[in-house]
Design a protein around this ligand. Structure first.
Ligand code: FES
Length: 152
């Protein structure tokens, strides 16, 4: 196989991968699959959540707060493309929300935001939201601890 044939084969495979992703995630999810937003560790986060799902994949969420509302959010995952899409939307959906509003979110809200998602990977959305809620929980624990320390 010469270089030209090899490049044509690579292009064909990539096109097939993109077509499969479009079929799986629909337009909204596909766009996010190609350009995941809110990815990466946040070194100066106010709190962090980390959950390993039953599938064995781990997701981490990083949050910043102001006046008990999330102002910034980011995620990292060692999971599949689906967990990246869900982590990205869960981080986006957390921004601007109060602590109470975040505890009201479910994986179903992430799935509704994406609009179309492979049924057998819906658990990725629940993992993403659980991880956001874990980060919020850790934030609340820190707040209580710092209040208690200030009173000592
Ligand atoms: Fe494990 Fe998606 S989070 S398969």
């Amino acid at each position: 196989m010469n270089d030209e044939q090899f490049n044509a084969l690579v292009d064909k495979i990539q096109e097939q991968v993109f077509d499969d992703a479009k079929d799986a995630y629909g337009a909204t999810g596909f766009e996010r699959w190609r350009n995941p937003r809110f990815g990466g560790r946040m070194e100066d986060a106010d709190s962090k959540g980390r959950i390993t799902g039953s599938c064995g994949d781990t997701m981490e969420m990083f949050l910043k707060f102001a006046d008990s509302r999330v102002t910034e959010a980011s995620y990292v995952t060692d999971g599949c493309g689906s967990s990246n899409v869900c982590g990205s939307f869960a981080a986006e959906m957390a921004i601007g929300k109060s602590i109470e509003e975040i505890f009201d979110l479910t994986g179903q809200d992430v799935l509704a935001r994406i609009g179309q998602f492979p049924e057998k990977e819906e658990h990725c959305a629940y993992l993403a939201i659980k991880t956001v809620q874990d980060a919020v929980n850790n934030y609340m624990i820190q707040q209580v601890q710092s209040t208690t320390e200030a009173q000592d």
